[in-house]
Design a protein around this ligand. Structure first.
Ligand code: GLN
Length: 242
């Protein structure tokens, strides 16, 4: 992204993939960019609009199954896979991550092809995973704080190809269902953490911003006083569940 231009953050299909307040991720990214003097704009791309190429960051949120299937078809028709190849960072939460995989099997056993951007498949678990989730990001992602927190609400269990690393290891909660959460490949990050996840995890937000601007960013003196309190409130006594 050129230095003097405005950072454009695309929220894809918020009318379909917006059940869990994931639009907050765009607001967090925009505000953290502005606090560093980088102008930023949030572009909401609803299902009646074409998907723009050339944005600096793309965000996909969570959804119920029917909306997820519709979103998958729209993203496929709009060749979103090719947009992703252009290397802008992508954050895909829950249904968003499942859509980027090879396929999602619904509760009736119907297999819905995904975009094939991430080498993973999702199948239904025995029960829904609902509640707080805490994970440790893989040190390879070099996040300033590796402890990631969020909320999860999904039935899907996600199986990554052995060559596809997860975003992190589950401490409490379910995530992918195998003790890991999410997936990370190149410019694409997937996770089961809602929250919105970037509001609770500024280190992950800054990681995505740095990918977008192509250089390290100065740390912020965290201006949100409640953040520590909020993060400490996200606790679960549950052990990781499969
Ligand atoms: N429909 C998916 C599932 O239940 C995604 C749910 C979500 O995005 N929260 O696995």
């Amino acid at each position: 992204m050129p230095h003097d231009s405005t950072l454009s953050i695309a929220v894809l299909l918020p009318d379909l993939l917006g059940t869990y307040g994931d639009i907050g991720n765009a607001r967090v990214l925009a505000q953290r960019a502005r606090w560093r003097g980088i102008p930023a704009t949030v572009v909401q791309v609803t299902s009646d609009q074409p998907i723009p190429s050339g944005c600096d960051i793309y965000l996909l949120g969570g959804a119920e199954d029917t909306a997820q299937e519709r979103a998958t078809r729209l993203l496929d028709t709009n060749a979103f896979g090719a947009v992703i190849d252009a290397a802008a960072p992508v954050l895909a939460v829950c249904a968003g991550m499942q859509i980027l995989g090879n396929s999602t099997t619904d509760a009736r056993g119907t297999v819905h092809p995904g975009l094939g951007v991430l080498d993973l498949v999702t199948v239904p678990g025995r029960r829904r995973a609902i509640g707080h989730i805490t994970t440790r990001a893989d040190p390879a992602w070099r996040l300033a704080d590796t402890k990631l927190l969020g909320f999860e609400n999904h039935r899907g269990r996600t199986h990554r190809a052995p060559s596809l690393p997860p975003l992190g290891t589950v401490a409490t909660g379910t995530g992918n269902g195998d003790g890991t959460d999410g997936a990370a490949a190149g410019n694409v990050i997937g996770t089961y953490l809602h929250g919105p996840v970037l509001a609770l995890n500024p280190a992950l937000a800054d990681h995505i911003l740095e990918q977008a601007v192509g250089q390290p960013l100065a740390p912020l003196a965290e201006p949100i006083e409640e953040l520590a309190r909020l993060r400490s409130s996200v606790r679960s006594r549950r052990r990781p569940r499969r």
